[in-house]
Design a protein around this ligand. Structure first.
Ligand SMILES: NC(=O)c1ccc[n+]([C@@H]2O[C@H](COP(=O)([O-])OP(=O)(O)OC[C@H]3O[C@@H](n4cnc5c(N)ncnc54)[C@H](OP(=O)(O)O)[C@@H]3O)[C@@H](O)[C@H]2O)c1
Length: 167
């Protein structure tokens, strides 16, 4: 199986990457990233600019895409910048993959995703789900986790407080 993973350097994506590389059913893992990943014989991880993704069919023709891209409002700096990463990039990847015949797409979305929500984050997540639904994938999966615990280099005070409160 050829798997395309975006967000492979993140908390969720790095777990997906590790599990996928241990899984012998995955012959080839394509993981476009903006910062390089350690090499692995079955991994092709080109460094790309997500604002202008290359259109090389050899990348986008996959058996399945897993999308774990995302940022936070704090890191992005504005609603517009957040939306570009959490909405624009997943849809750009989905469009290229679909154009090149990929029929299965999995999005790591979020609990509360709802295109009519008054909460901006939930609305953006809901809008991505809604637009993906109209793209003609044969199999489309939305994982909607709540807060995910785990070690990360970046300091996220709000998430840390929420994780403590929810423990
Ligand atoms: N963590 C949670 O508690 C949680 C809960 C519910 C839903 N989610 C959702 O699940 C998804 C993954 O979450 P996560 O915690 O794994 O996120 P994360 O650790 O912040 O990783 C996000 C991934 O997106 C990439 N990315 C961010 N900004 C980018 C940009 N401008 N250009 C290119 N790549 C960019 C990151 O690349 P770099 O490594 O280069 O920054 C990284 O690979 C997100 O959509 C998030 O909203 C997360």
């Amino acid at each position: 199986m050829k798997l395309l993973l975006v967000g492979a350097t993140g908390l969720v994506g790095s777990h997906v990457l590790r599990v996928a590389l241990m899984d012998r059913r995955v012959d080839r893992l394509i993981a476009p990233v903006r910062r390089a990943l350690p090499e692995h014989p079955r991994l092709f991880a080109p460094v790309v600019d997500f604002d202008s993704l290359p259109e090389d069919p050899a990348w986008w023709q996959a058996d399945a895409v897993i999308c774990a891209l995302g940022t936070t409002m704090r890191t992005a700096g504005s609603k517009q910048a957040f939306r570009r990463v959490d909405h624009g990039y997943p849809l750009a990847v989905a469009k290229l993959a679909r154009q090149h015949g990929t029929r299965t797409f999995v999005l790591n979305s979020a609990i509360g995703a709802n295109p009519t929500s008054h909460i901006f984050y939930n609305r953006v997540k809901g809008e991505v789900e809604q637009e993906l639904t109209g793209m003609g994938f044969r199999s489309l999966t939305f994982a909607r986790p709540g807060l995910i615990g785990g070690k990360r280099d970046e300091f996220r005070p709000a998430e840390r407080i929420a994780a403590e409160a929810l423990r």
